[in-house]
Design a protein. Structure first.
Lengths: 390, 380
């Protein structure tokens, strides 16, 4: 997608300060120079160069919410949010989600629940972009229903033996390490879940890349654990503490998704608007037809509302609250808005919208994952319903 | 046997279904992957009589009524490939019907008869890079010369564009005459000056080939003018009714396939200790989907019955195209959602229906054009 030069970086001064805006300009320059021009090619190839992780690590964009002792420059979660928003403008959710899966899923778990030794082993090199991480919770028969996972870890002396499979794992087919949720006590529901870090060169671990409807340059994997032996030193957090850890991290994970969806929708909107002003039918630009003008008004309104809702949840998160309801609402609403905007972008392009050479279809396919990944819209509504006392 | 179909339609449906399930469906995944299907599908369907169900037997047709075409469009959805179904529909309900309706006896013998046999594959050349919804704004021009016409111009999004032997072409013959300045031609694709510039890669409808085609000083003889000179706009408007109605019929039946898939999955997939179909929200979602599919399909049947009895129900056809387009995609989208993460996997077919069904809101006239037509017909 072509950037719109008239689109100035966000000016939400009450949330982001000058340093954040300077960072935004820096990240945007990187994205527009090194990622966006390659999006079409990487998507067609269904892969992007792994060296991008190193490049992003060198630029320091993985380390903004992590402290200096592990190679970060924070902790500054707002700065990290800025990076997420700008990555979402790279024109390919495959790329941005791979970077995000590394930055906000795998490393966040190691950071939040790891020992200093574990930080040294996985977090520091991951922040540097030397190794790539993934988070594996979902299984073939347990997606939304986390407590229903079946992958087992059985204690054997100082080691654990892991057996099972995981599916739809971002970075799964090329990660160096996987944070995996397993049952250590199958008789317990929630409290039988424990986290481990598994190096992917461990014997018994294998993966295959899953072809997806969108996110095509990403390396989504199906993982198999066949008698994978890991030492107890790879256990992340206490035995049985995995479910709570997952629930705790969901807040940031979903906030990040909402931020990315709003930023992506904004970009898609700009692409659609540029086309609507350029393309003429019945002797005038289609953007000037009343119906389309109103549809753009609707899109712009929903994007603004989604951004405001997301920022409100972010503000609470930064203040140390656990805004479960606002986060669920933001994730639900922005994923629907992002897909709706992409669908309108396809429609305004007419026949060209259906063609692979135009970015509209990619935004449309990519954004369709929003209402599914990281907890479906149905799960978000369940959470919201509960917070409403229903 | 349910309205509007009779026992003969049901027999026909049975035989088409047997063919589709035995000879097309098993190949669909491969053809989708290849982004092409072999030409034998046309000749085989011609041999079985499926390409000319409603034409008189004197031309090799089946002598049936219009509802036979609806039966064919519905059963083609069982192939599992929207692109395949669309390519066949272009032959049966878009590019060829104008030959029968407006062609001379000689043109019918020369082009209609082999088209019904599936020996001559047709494509339809309306859309241009700068003129989609507004047909009268096309710039492909046919200049009158001695004994024929010299055509220059370009067409895009042409289904069967790569494989076609002949094109039903819409071109300007008088730049000053507005609606009256458009005419139809039959063009053989091996005519000097006819060139398939490229095939286009689409987000869905993968088994069908879509071409961009250029005409450079292409000579078309007088005898290939189809219908009267200057009547092309009205004649192609007639063609578009058939195109829209068959598109509506196929897409809403495709939605029925997605609905069936979603119901089967919802009954089998368990979360939180029970099949997801037993969660009230999913049950109600499926109920909404079924209701919308039923309503839209009945609207298609209403329009089809009117066509079958000789009416020209532009209003109902336009409404059917608009509503089925929206319902078909929304149904596919909700089905995909019910499949959760699997819905997003290219290894599960539900995403194909989602990608394929998105085209009906664009092709054959966009939703916006449908609303314009309906608005006009409602006196607005």
């Amino acid at each position: 997608m072509k950037p719109d030069p008239s689109q100035k970086p966000s000016a939400h001064a009450d949330l982001f300060n000058e340093d954040h805006e300077a960072l935004r300009t820096q990240v945007r320059a990187f994205v527009e120079k090194e990622l966006l021009p390659n999006a079409q090619e990487w998507e067609a190839a269904e892969a992007f160069p792994r060296e991008i992780f190193k490049r992003v690590g060198d630029l320091g964009f993985f380390g903004l919410k992590y402290p200096e002792d592990v190679g970060g420059s924070g902790p500054d979660y707002l700065a990290d949010a800025v990076v997420t928003e700008e990555f979402a403008r790279c024109g390919s959710a495959g790329v941005s989600s791979s970077l995000g899966g590394h930055k906000d899923l795998a490393t966040l778990y190691v950071s939040n629940f790891g020992t200093p030794e574990q930080h040294k082993r996985w977090l520091a090199p991951a922040i540097a972009g030397d190794i790539v991480g993934g988070l594996a919770v979902t299984e073939p028969d347990a997606g939304s229903d986390v407590a229903g996972i079946k992958t087992r870890a059985v204690r054997e002396g100082d080691d654990w033996i892991i057996n099972g499979s995981k599916i739809f794992i971002t970075n799964g087919s090329w990660a160096d390490f996987i944070v995996v949720a397993v049952k250590t006590d199958p008789d317990q529901g929630h409290s039988g879940i424990t986290l481990f870090v598994v190096d992917t060169d461990t014997p018994g671990f294998s993966s295959r890349r899953m072809p997806m409807l969108g996110w095509r340059s990403g390396q989504t994997g199906e993982l198999t654990f066949a008698d994978v032996r890991v030492p107890d030193a790879n256990r992340l957090g206490d035995e049985g503490a995995g479910f709570l850890a997952i629930m705790q991290n969901f807040a940031w994970e979903r906030l990040i998704m909402a931020l990315a969806q709003v930023a992506g929708a904004q970009m898609t909107y700009e692409v659609a608007k540029a086309y609507a002003l350029d393309r003429t039918a019945f002797k005038r630009p289609i953007g000037k037809f009343q119906v389309w003008r109103h549809r753009f008004a609707d899109m712009a309104t929903r994007i603004e509302a989604g951004r405001a809702l997301t920022y409100s949840a972010l503000r609470k998160y930064i203040a140390g609250e656990n805004p479960i309801k606002e986060v669920a609402m933001a994730k639900l609403y922005t994923s629907e808005v992002a897909f709706k905007v992409a669908d309108e972008c396809v429609q305004v392009h007419g026949g060209y919208g259906y063609m692979m050479e135009f970015p509209a279809q990619r935004a449309w396919r990519d954004s369709r994952l929003g209402p599914i990944g990281g907890g479906t819209s149905e799960i978000m509504k369940e959470i919201i319903g509960k917070t409403l006392g229903l | 046997m349910a309205w509007p179909f009779n026992a003969e339609h049901d027999e026909l449906r049975k035989s088409i279904r047997a063919f589709v399930e035995a000879e097309l469906a098993p190949n669909a995944a491969e053809w989708e992957k290849d982004k092409y299907f072999p030409d034998w599908v046309f000749s085989r369907m011609g041999e079985l009589g499926f390409l000319g169900l409603a034409y008189p037997q004197t031309y090799g047709g089946g002598g049936g009524d219009y509802l036979c075409n609806i039966v064919l469009a519905e059963e083609m959805t069982r192939s599992g490939s929207g692109g395949l179904a669309m390519a066949i529909a272009v032959q049966t309900d878009m590019a060829v019907p104008p030959l029968y309706k407006f062609g001379t006896e000689e043109q019918k013998q020369r082009y209609l008869v082999p088209a019904i046999k599936g020996e001559t594959i047709f494509c339809l050349g309306i859309t241009e890079p700068d003129a989609g919804s507004d047909v009268q704004n096309i710039s492909t021009f046919a200049e009158k010369v001695d004994g024929g016409w010299i055509v220059n111009g370009r067409k895009i999004f042409i289904t069967n564009g790569k494989r076609a032997h002949a094109m039903t072409l819409v071109a300007k013959t008088d730049r000053e005459a507005g609606h009256q300045g458009i005419s139809l031609f039959i063009v053989e694709t091996n005519t000097p000056g006819y060139k398939v510039e490229r095939t286009l890669d689409k987000v869905g409808m993968h088994a069908s080939d879509t071409g961009e085609i250029s005409f450079t000083d292409m000579f078309v003889p007088d005898e290939n003018l189809l219908g009267k000179q200057g009547e092309g706009f009205y004649n192609i408007s007639w063609e578009l009714q058939g195109e829209r109605l068959v598109g509506a019929a196929g897409s809403i039946e495709g939605a029925r396939r997605a609905l069936e898939g979603a119901i089967a999955y919802a009954l089998q997939r368990e979360t939180f200790g029970k099949p997801i179909a037993k969660h009230q929200v999913i049950r109600h979602e499926l109920a909404d989907m079924a209701t919308e599919v039923e309503a839209a399909q009945q609207l298609v049947y209403d329009a089809a019955v009117k066509v079958a009895r000789g009416d020209y129900p532009v209003r109902e056809i336009t409404m059917a195209k608009l509503l089925t387009g929206e319902v078909a995609f929304r149904t596919a989208d909700r089905a995909l959602q019910i499949f959760g993460g699997y819905g997003y996997s290219m290894e599960v077919p539900i995403q194909r229906g989602w990608r394929d069904s998105r085209l009906i809101r664009i092709g054959g006239g966009t939703d916006e054009v449908m609303r314009e037509v309906i608005g006009r017909m409602e006196g607005l």
